[in-house]
Design a protein around this ligand. Structure first.
Ligand code: HEC
Length: 127
């Protein structure tokens, strides 16, 4: 590929990273060496996320489903989960309104929750 043809691709890739950088947001990082545990994530998810995203990850009238192509790992990577927990999410994909930050969940706990979501997504054929 010529450099000229590669530029639009680079710009497209940068679009995903730029909003976080532009707002000076730090992506919370789980502890080095943490093994994310889907079983631990499941109970944390039930406590902190299921009221809006649904215990079956199929969404509710307050939040979107995670068993959806929009949330496959290549579109919403693990950093998106860390940022959502820490800062909340401004409504942009759906009409449910904003997601408020979820205080009291550490980056390690958010990583467990993400691992649980990824297991369920893979089971549903979303990867
Ligand atoms: C009060 C309801 C509510 C709760 C509780 C909630 N969410 Fe959300 N979440 C939303 C809504 C609404 C959106 C969709 C925003 C949009 O894109 O329109 C969303 C979007 C997201 C996104 C997508 C972020 C992006 O970049 O587009 C992630 C990831 C997420 N939530 C993770 C979580 C996790 C993890 C928990 C539990 C720790 C959680 N949410 C708890 C309402 C909620």
């Amino acid at each position: 590929m010529t450099p000229a043809k590669r530029l639009p691709l680079l710009l497209a890739a940068a679009c995903f990273a730029l909003p976080a950088v532009a707002q000076g947001l730090q992506i919370p990082k789980p502890s080095p060496g943490l093994m994310p545990n889907p079983a631990a994530g499941k109970s944390l998810y039930g406590k902190h996320c299921a009221s809006c995203h649904g215990m079956d990850l199929k969404g509710t009238d307050k939040g979107p489903p995670f068993l959806h192509r929009i949330y496959e790992p290549s579109h919403h990577g693990n950093a998106a989960f860390q940022l959502a927990v820490k800062n909340g999410v401004r409504a942009h994909h759906w009409k449910f309104g904003d997601m408020p930050p979820v205080p009291g969940l550490t980056p390690d706990e958010a990583a467990h929750v993400t691992a649980f979501v990824r297991v369920e997504q893979r089971r549903a054929g979303i990867q």
